[in-house]
Unconditional design. Structure first.
Length: 168
């Protein structure tokens, strides 16, 4: 017999699935208010994003952090390379996938600036770009933020704040 936890978990799964259905694939010619997100074989699929604010921040204009629910992956590229069991063909496929994902992000106005091996996740032999905490986003689309592909707040949106990390 199912308990209350099972029903809540099923409802959450259904809710997250419904959220994903509301969004469409982002292209470079969409309107700002369109419900679009990055959908690409080599971009991690985020299902939900919760922004965390200070209790005194009534306007919710300066995000302190976030929790993002994304697709389950097998591991990251750093650990896979550390094990040393990738063939040259597999390495080339992963590299090509990462390059393709990053080019797609740039095409839709997201510039990913945290390119370390641990931020490239793997599902089988498919590489996925993840960790959108250090990005520069030029389109201003709200839907990118709603699912965690960009961030809001002084630490995430200002060019001078980004330059502190990138040594511009």
């Amino acid at each position: 017999m199912a308990n209350a936890f099972d029903f809540r978990f099923a409802f959450i799964n259904l809710f997250l699935f419904r959220i994903c259905l509301d969004f469409e694939k982002a292209t470079d010619d969409e309107e700002d208010d369109a419900l679009v997100v990055p959908i690409h074989e080599n971009i991690i699929r985020n299902f939900a994003n919760i922004e965390i604010y200070d209790s005194g921040n009534k306007k919710e204009d300066d995000c302190l952090g976030w929790i993002t629910i994304m697709e389950k992956c097998d591991g990251n590229l750093r650990e896979k390379l550390k094990n040393g069991n990738l063939t040259l063909k597999e390495r080339k496929k992963i590299t090509t996938g990462i390059k393709s994902g990053l080019k797609y992000l740039e095409k839709i106005g997201i510039f990913h600036h945290d390119k370390k091996l641990a931020n490239f996740l793997l599902i089988g032999d498919v590489a996925k770009v993840c960790d959108f905490g250090l990005v520069m986003e030029l389109s201003g689309r709200k839907s990118y933020r709603k699912l965690g592909y960009t961030r809001r707040g002084s630490k995430y949106r200002r060019i001078d704040a980004l330059c502190m990390f990138l040594k511009c």
